[in-house]
Design a binder for this molecule. Structure first.
Ligand code: DMJ
Length: 590
C-alpha cells in the first residue's frame, strides 16, 4: 500500500508512456519523410536545424532525463532502477524495527508502572504529574495509543483502552493549551478511531472538540491560546498580551476537519477553515508569517519570522491541508507555494565553510525614528528539522508536473520550484544530520551557524555551527539540550519513503543508538539530556510525550515495510498521528 501506492501508480504512468511508444511505425514513417525532405534542405534550413539541435543539446546537458526517461520507458526499465533493486527496496529491517518496538515498551511499561493516567512522566523520580491541578486529560496515554496499535502491542493497548473507557475525563476546571490539547489528545483520539473503528474514541473526540470550540469565539475567529475544558471557555494567554501564536492557530485544521468528516458536523471544519481565511487576508507580501497574531483584528503583529517555535507547523499544515483533501483545495497549494518562495528568498542561507543549507530567523528592529528593519539571525531550532522532509513531500505533490512521480522523482517530473524544494529538503536533512556530530551523536535544541561577522572562537565543535553560550566547564546553556524531539527522524522517514535511499535508514539507526546509549534510564523510560556535547550525560527528569507518539513511531516506520501507512494514503498530524487522506464533499470556501 504505502510506497506501493506511489510506486504502482508510477508504473502505471510508465506503462501508459510505453503504450504511446508503441506508435513506433508512425514515427518511422515520419522519419522516412524527413529523410526524403532533407535532400532538398537549403543552407539556411541546415543552419536552423543546427541551432535547434544545439539548443536541444543544452537542455539535455542540464537535464539528461529528457532523453533518459523516454529510453527507460520504451525499454521498460524499472522507474527506480539504479536506486535500489526493486525486490529488496522498502522491505522491513526486522531487527532494527523490533529494537524500536522494545524501546517503546521500555518507555511505556515504566510510565504505566509509575504514572498510569498522569499527563507527564518523570522517569528518574519514577513519578507522574498532571498539566494542571484539576487532574489529567490523558495526555500521555492518548498520545501513545496509535503507536501501540501500529507496533501490534495488543496487551498494552487493551490496558490503555480500559483506562480511556473508565478513567479519562475532560471535565477539568483549568486552562489547557488549545494547540497542544488538539494535536496530542484530539489527534490521538482520531487516529485511534481510524485504526480501530471503536466508537469510544470518536465519542471522546467529539466531547473534547466541543469543549475546545469556545476558544474560537474571538472577534476574528483566531482561537485563544488556552481553553478551560471544564468551563468550556476560551482563555487568552497571560503572557504575550493576549496575542496568539501563528503556528498554534494554524495547526488545528487537520484535526477539526477530519472530525467534521467523521461526524457530518460542519461546525468544526468551519471554525478551523475560518482561521485560514483570516490568515490569508492578513498575509504578508513575502508569503512569510510573523509568529504572533492579534485575535481581535486578525492581523499579524510585528514579531520574528522563523521556521522554529511558533512558526514551524504553519508551513507544515499549509501543505498538509492540501494533501488531506487529496489535492482538491488549490488555495492551500497557493498559500504553501507563496510561503516556500518567501522562505527561499529570505530565510534559507548557506554556511561559511561547508556550505551547509540552513534556515535563519528574521528579527524586526525599530530605530529611534520608528523605522523598522529586519535582522537576519543564523539560528536554527531542532524543531526546523521537520522542514527537510516536508519540502521533499511538497516537491513530489505540489511541485510535481503530473502525479504520481517515481521513487525517487526524476527531475523531469518536477516543476522548477519542485526541483528547488526537493534539493533544499535533501540539503536541510544533511544539515540536521551534521548537527548530530556531537559527543553524544544527538543534536542540540538550537544550533547557530557561523557568519562572516561572527566573533565566536574556540567552540567545542569546530564546524560551521555551534551551540551558543557553550563553554568548557560552564553550565550548559538551554540550547545544548536534547529533549527526545522527533523532527530529524520525521524527515528521515519521509526521505526514505520518497527515495528508497538506505542512507536515511542508517542515519535513523545512528540516532536511535544514541538515544539508547544516552537517554535510556535503566529502571525504565527515557530522559532528556541537558548537554548533547558532554559525556557522560546529565539527565533532566522528563520524558516528553512525543517520544512515544512521534520519535519512536517515525523510527519504527523508517524500518517497517513500506506497506504500512503509505504516504499516498495518509497525512500525519504534527504530533505524528496518521489520518487518512479524504475526499470530502466540501472544499475551501475562500
Ligand atoms: C510536537 O509536539 C509537535 O511536533 C509540534 O508541532 C512541535 N513540537 C513537538 C515535538 O518536538
Amino acid at each position: 500500500m504505502a510506497e506501493d501506492g506511489l510506486r504502482k501508480r508510477g508504473r502505471a504512468v510508465g506503462a501508459k508512456e510505453k503504450a504511446e511508444g508503441k506508435k513506433a511505425p508512425t514515427l518511422d514513417q515520419g522519419k522516412g519523410t524527413a529523410v526524403a525532405a532533407s535532400a532538398s534542405l537549403s543552407k539556411g534550413t541546415t543552419l536552423l536545424v543546427a541551432v535547434l539541435f544545439s539548443v536541444f543539446a543544452v537542455f539535455v546537458y542540464q537535464d539528461p532525463s529528457l532523453v533518459l526517461d523516454p529510453i527507460n520507458d520504451f525499454f521498460g526499465f524499472e522507474e527506480n532502477a539504479g536506486i535500489l533493486p526493486p525486490s529488496t527496496t522498502f522491505v522491513a529491517d526486522i531487527a532494527k524495527r523490533d529494537a524500536v518496538i522494545n524501546a517503546f515498551k521500555h518507555a511505556w511499561l515504566a510510565y504505566e508502572r509509575d504514572a498510569m493516567g498522569d499527563d507527564e512522566y518523570h522517569p528518574i523520580s519514577q513519578k507522574g504529574t498532571n498539566l494542571t491541578a484539576a487532574g489529567g486529560i490523558g495526555y500521555t496515554v492518548i498520545d501513545s495509543i496509535d503507536t501501540m496499535l501500529l507496533m501490534g502491542l495488543q496487551d498494552e493497548y487493551a490496558r490503555a483502552r480500559k483506562w480511556v473507557e473508565t478513567k479519562m475525563s475532560f471535565d477539568r476546571d483549568a486552562n489547557f493549551n488549545t494547540f497542544e490539547t488538539t494535536i496530542r489528545v484530539l489527534g490521538g483520539l482520531l487516529s485511534a478511531y481510524h485504526f480501530t473503528k471503536d466508537e469510544l474514541y470518536l465519542e471522546k473526540a467529539k466531547e473534547l472538540a466541543d469543549r475546545i470550540m469556545p476558544a474560537f469565539e474571538t472577534p476574528s475567529g483566531l482561537p485563544t491560546s488556552n481553553v478551560n475544558l471544564g468551563q468550556r471557555k476560551g482563555v487568552p494567554a497571560q503572557d504575550n498580551k493576549g496575542l496568539v501564536s501563528t503556528a498554534e492557530v494554524s495547526t488545528l485544521q487537520l484535526e477539526f476537519r477530519y472530525l467534521s468528516y467523521l461526524t457530518d458536523n460542519d461546525a468544526y471544519w468551519d471554525a478551523a477553515e475560518n482561521v485560514m481565511r483570516v490568515i490569508k487576508g492578513a498575509s504578508l507580501t513575502t508569503g512569510l508569517a510573523s509568529i504572533f497574531m492579534n485575535p481581535t483584528d486578525g492581523r499579524f503583529v510585528l514579531s520574528p519570522i522563523r521556521l522554529g517555535s511558533r512558526g514551524d507547523s504553519y508551513y507544515e499544515y499549509l501543505l498538509k491541508q492540501y494533501l488531506q483533501t487529496n489535492l482538491t483545495e488549490p488555495v492551500y497549494q497557493d498559500m504553501y507555494n507563496g510561503a516556500i518562495d518567501g522562505v527561499h528568498a529570505h530565510l534559507i542561507r548557506k554556511s561559511e565553510l561547508a556550505k551547509l543549507t540552513y534556515t535563519s530567523e528574521l528579527i524586526p528592529e525599530k530605530d529611534r525614528s520608528g523605522q523598522i528593519s529586519w535582522r537576519l539571525v543564523p539560528k536554527q531550532d531542532h524543531l526546523v528539522c521537520f522542514f527537510g522532509g516536508s519540502l521533499m513531500l511538497g516537491a513530489v505533490t505540489s511541485g510535481a508536473q503530473s502525479l504520481p512521480v517515481s521513487v525517487p522523482p526524476r527531475p523531469s517530473q518536477l516543476t522548477s520550484t519542485g526541483k528547488r524544494d526537493w534539493q533544499t529538503g535533501v540539503d536541510l536533512i544533511e544539515t540536521c544530520m551534521r548537527t548530530h556530530d556531537t559527543a553524544t551523536g544527538l543534536s542540540p535544541e538550537i544550533a547557530h551557524f557561523r557568519i562572516p561577522s561572527d566573533k565566536v572562537v574556540g567552540s567545542s565543535i569546530p564546524q560551521d555551527w555551534y551551540i551558543k553560550g557553550a563553554k568548557p566547564g560552564a553550565p550548559a546553556p538551554y540550547d545544548a539540550r536534547y529533549i527526545l524531539r522527533p523532527e530529524t527522524v520525521e524527515s528521515l522517514f519521509i526521505a526514505y519513503r520518497l527515495t528508497g535511499d538506505e542512507k536515511y535508514r542508517q542515519y535513523g539507526w545512528n540516532i536511535f543508538k544514541a538515544i539508547e546509549t544516552h537517554c535510556k534510564i535503566e529502571t525504565g523510560g527515557y530522559a532528556s539530556i541537558i548537554n548533547v556535547d558532554a559525556v557522560p550525560v546529565e539527565h533532566e527528569d522528563k520524558m516528553e510525550t512525543f517520544l512515544m507518539s512521534e520519535t519512536l513511531k517515525y523510527l519504527y516506520l523508517l524500518f517497517e515495510d513500506n506497506s504500512v501507512l503509505p504516504l499516498s494514503e495518509y497525512v500525519f498530524n504534527t504530533e505524528a498521528h496518521p489520518f487518512p487522506i479524504i475526499n470530502p464533499s466540501r472544499h475551501a470556501a475562500f
